[in-house]
Write a protein that binds this ligand. Structure first.
Ligand SMILES: *[C@@H]1O[C@H](CO)[C@@H](O)[C@H](O)[C@H]1NC(C)=O
Ligand SMILES: *[C@@H]1O[C@H](CO)[C@@H](O)[C@H](O)[C@H]1NC(C)=O
Length: 330
């Protein structure tokens, strides 16, 4: 290579490296992750995250490693050592998370954990820099779903989210009346829910309460697996119930759990040897698991498998009766 060739080569290399560094670090906090989110103060809810642009349904909003994971039991003893094991930036990030204002200094760490902890398995709570800041939203306020994958969490948009809209997820299921939801959240997380659904007018609240309670009651009956395949079960009645839940959810704008709901019907179809119905419901389930948990989630892949080969369903032919139960559009 000539001297000028070498010079051009070095210049190109330097430019390339700068571009890579800019991509990695130049996009601001946190550490160059290109997240379409902003942390803002929101009236009545402390701080929250808002979308900085329109996000389509099924969009992966965030993928984040926790600052730490802690056993939910025996917190008092575990928390101080967990915090002292964090490096300085992570510890600072922890203390920047929100907590109720009327807390004595000595209780702040536990209050932060209680307010920001994300339950990731039956026994474990995780704290995240960003995900911990997603506020709880009841019913149709919920526009995202968080799920845990081995060592990190993902947050997907369950419906299209507009630029400037706050991101909400459910800390606890919200298929309860407003009063029950608020009492649950106060007992578990120490805050009074002021999500848009809890702030509806009394008339709207009553309508929404009736829909949510009906959804809960019908789902409980539907998910009672023991009924499947038993002689007294009426598969067509079960499918009617599932469609009723789907319809109530549509009116309410509450879409969480649709993947599982459609999976349930695909299971009924499988148990009663209806391969066409099983295929269609499994496809619908895969679509909704895709929005909630990601198109690469195990649930989505499992339902795609079943839609391609209904007889591979673990409940295939569980009942001796054959029944045509019909697809989602019938
Ligand atoms: C929770 O953690 C404790 C202590 O590590 C363990 O003994 C127990 O089996 C766990 N429970 C569940 C439900 O995982
Ligand atoms: C699928 O399940 C396996 C085993 O439980 C787990 O290790 C893996 O992370 C899961 N993958 C996704 C994408 O959820």
């Amino acid at each position: 290579m000539s001297t000028s060739g070498k010079l051009y080569f070095s210049a190109a290399l330097a430019l390339g490296i700068s571009i890579i560094l800019f991509q990695l670090y130049g996009r601001g906090w946190p550490f160059g992750l290109d997240v379409p989110l902003d942390i803002v103060n929101v009236e009545g809810r402390g701080r929250g995250l808002i979308a900085t642009r329109d996000l389509p349904q099924g969009y992966l909003i965030l993928k984040e490693n926790p600052l730490f994971v802690i056993q939910a039991e025996d917190l008092g003893r575990r928390l101080p050592s967990t915090l002292s094991n964090l490096d300085k930036t992570d510890r600072e990030a922890f203390f920047q998370l929100s907590f109720p204002s009327d807390i004595p200094n000595s209780d702040i760490p536990e209050a932060i954990l209680r307010t920001n902890g994300v339950s990731i398995r039956s026994n474990e709570t995780a704290i995240f820099r960003l995900l911990s800041r997603v506020n709880h939203g009841c019913s149709h306020a919920t526009n995202s779903v968080l799920s845990w994958r081995d060592n990190h969490a993902v947050l997907y948009a369950i419906r299209p989210i507009k630029k400037g809209e706050e991101i909400f997820r459910e800390y606890v299921p919200s298929k309860f009346s407003r009063k029950v939801r608020r009492d649950n959240l106060e007992a578990l997380y120490g805050f009074r829910c002021n999500c848009p659904v809890c702030l509806l007018s009394p008339v709207e609240t009553e309508k929404s309460d009736i829909r949510l309670s009906s959804i809960a009651t019908i789902e409980a009956e539907l998910y009672d697996r023991n009924k499947l395949g038993k002689e007294e079960a009426d598969p067509k009645e079960l499918v009617r119930l599932a469609k009723r839940v789907w319809g109530l959810g549509e009116t309410e704008g509450y879409w969480v759990g649709r993947g599982r709901l459609a999976e349930e019907v695909s299971t009924i179809a499988a148990a009663y040897h209806d391969s066409d119905a099983c295929r269609q419901w499994a496809r619908l389930s895969a679509e909704w698991y895709g929005y909630e948990l990601g198109r690469d989630s195990n649930q989505t892949l499992r339902m795609i498998q079943i839609s391609l080969n209904p007889t591979s369903h673990p409940y295939w032919g569980e009942s001796r009766k054959k029944t045509e139960i019909g697809g989602p559009d019938e």
